[in-house]
Design a protein around this ligand. Structure first.
Ligand code: FAD
Length: 495
């Protein structure tokens, strides 16, 4: 039986994983002691502000009330991503809802040429509600539930701090120290970790959440990275925080904006008291100084005095995520650029999978590690394919970056055949084997039609759902986003 787990690292990965494991062990009546050691000197990455809807299940699973998340992490609602200029001058949404007629509507061929309506507006209510800034839930909904699927924009540092306090209250032991040495047995198992406070920490299972350093899995166990750089060219980000007292937006948006730029793309995320913006770019096509200058220029003169942060990253994954008695979660395992907000999802998936496999690990450690590695690889491949799709379907050829990002050798092999089919028809469920995928038919439809990639003839009558009643009812029943957030703040002040 796994009686002790040592989590090394206290960023989003460390605290989400530690809390998930703790909640699952306590619910199962297992007496597993979870200890988290984190460096008092090495800062967390500090980004990771946009999530996907599974975050609600994860936070609920941990036991943190939704009101608490909204207040402590300054969270706002996210219902879609709005992509601008991925085909120059055009815009489309990737929402969390997909409406259908009761029958099939898979006969959608060349969508935009046949209609004045865009695909996203025809098959998603959230796209239209986002224009009116409507929240996906009202205060009357139970926590983590709404009229529509939703995720959050949140302050990653504040969420990790709140999860740390919450975890400590529920029995997670926290140590503030730097791990300086890792003892590994001749069989390749971690025997202990040493800290600069003179402690020797041991556990039945070690979880490496040390971020890009990957101190245990990459460092001590020597597991190498495999690179995805051929398919995802961006390897840098320059980010800024724009407080609302420096610049007040007309309203707090319910969507992430992802605007294509000359050498990558820029995110814009609205939290309760500030925006987070960041230019994700390729260092082969843009210098760090030029990227920062472009970010400031797009933002305007009010950003002149604000600090910019530069982050280097590589899209890739460790060849193994679980080796022996060590699993890497979060950036220590891998990274896929943040275009579809998948970073925290990878952590949620890992935390839940490990929690579910703890007993397997006691009984059959090698089979558990092999199986975990297989499903984690599959998940990375799934996300990689979806991210690659955004670039290779673009018609942009206006800069060296866009010519490289859309070149034939940047197309992922796994995507190539399907892209040929999707030239003529919309994706169907058979294009996405396997259950419970993060990005499947619905997501691909929004991107492929948003990018005007599908060019085949329309077969039969297109079945557009009638959403007028739903939109009118939702606008009547659901509050505006800003009004909902004001209620959250008022309730927090009263508490
Ligand atoms: P970190 O935050 O780097 O934490 C590492 C921890 O390990 C720290 O506590 C550090 O002190 C500790 N540590 C390191 N070495 C030692 C040591 N020797 N001893 C003790 N402790 C140690 N994800 C999303 O879901 N949505 C987004 O919008 C998003 N945007 C992103 C934008 C960018 C530019 C980048 C780079 C990432 C983004 N991500 C996003 C990913 C997300 O930020 C990460 O997945 C998430 O923050 C997890 O980070 P982490 O905990 O693995 O690493």
């Amino acid at each position: 039986m796994v009686q002790s787990i040592l989590v090394v690292g206290g960023g989003s990965a460390g605290w989400i994983t530690a809390n998930l494991l703790n909640a699952h062990c306590q619910r199962a009546g297992r007496k597993t002691q979870i200890t988290l050691v984190e460096s008092p000197d090495i800062p967390t990455i500090g980004v990771g502000e946009a999530t996907v809807p599974t975050i609600r299940r994860t936070l609920n699973d941990i036991g943190l009330p939704e009101q608490d998340v909204l207040v402590s992490a300054e969270a706002t609602f996210k219902t879609l991503i709005r992509f601008k200029d991925w085909n120059l001058g055009e815009s489309y949404d990737h929402p969390f809802d997909r409406r259908r007629r009761p029958q099939t509507d898979s006969s959608v061929g060349r969508w935009s040429a046949q209609n004045n309506l865009s695909f996203d507006r025809s098959f998603s209510a959230l796209t239209q509600l986002a224009d009116h800034n409507i929240a996906p839930k009202s205060p009357r909904h139970p926590q983590y539930q709404g009229s529509f699927p939703y995720a959050y924009h949140l302050d990653a540092i504040k969420l990790a701090n709140r999860l740390a306090a919450f975890g400590r209250e529920r029995g997670i032991l926290q140590t503030l120290a730097n791990v300086t040495d890792v003892a590994v047995s001749p069989e390749g198992l971690i025997e202990s970790v040493q800290t600069d406070r003179g402690e020797t920490l041991t556990a039945d299972l070690y979880i490496d959440c040390t971020g890009f350093r990957s101190a245990l899995l990459g460092g001590a166990l020597g597991v190498k990275m495999k690179s995805f750089a051929k398919y995802l060219l961006c390897d840098r980000a320059v980010t800024m925080r724009i407080p609302y007292d420096v610049h007040t937006p007309p309203r707090i948006l319910t969507y992430t904006q992802a605007t294509a730029r000359a050498a990558g793309w820029q995110w814009d995320i609205n939290l309760q008291t500030r925006r987070g913006i960041g230019y994700v770019y390729s260092s082969s096509f843009l210098s760090d100084d030029a990227a920062e200058a472009a970010l400031r220029q797009h933002e305007g003169p009010h950003s002149d005095t604000l600090e910019a942060r530069h982050i280097r990253f590589a899209s890739g994954k460790r060849q193994l995520s679980w080796k022996g008695n060590c699993v890497a979660v979060g950036l220590s395992d891998g990274f896929l650029e943040p275009l579809e907000s998948s970073g925290l999802y990878l952590i949620e998936f890992a935390g839940l999978a490990i929690a579910t496999m703890l007993e397997d690990f006691s009984a059959a450690p090698q089979a558990t590690a092999r199986y975990y590695n297989r499903i984690t690889d599959e998940l990375y491949d799934e996300i990689l394919g979806f991210l690659n799709l955004h670039y290779v379907t673009s018609k942009r050829r206006d800069t060296p970056f866009w010519r490289a990002a859309t070149a034939d050798d940047a197309v992922l092999d796994d995507l190539r055949d399907r892209l040929e089919l999707w030239k003529r028809r919309s994706p169907t469920q058979f294009d996405f084997p396997g259950a419970d995928r993060l990005f499947a038919q619905d997501s691909y439809e929004f991107v492929l039609h948003g990018m005007k990639y599908v060019d085949g003839p329309v077969s039969g009558q297109i079945q557009v759902p009638d959403m007028r009643e739903l939109i009118a009812k939702s606008r009547g029943e659901l509050p505006e986003h800003d009004a909902f957030l004001a209620l959250v703040k008022r309730a927090a002040a009263r508490a």
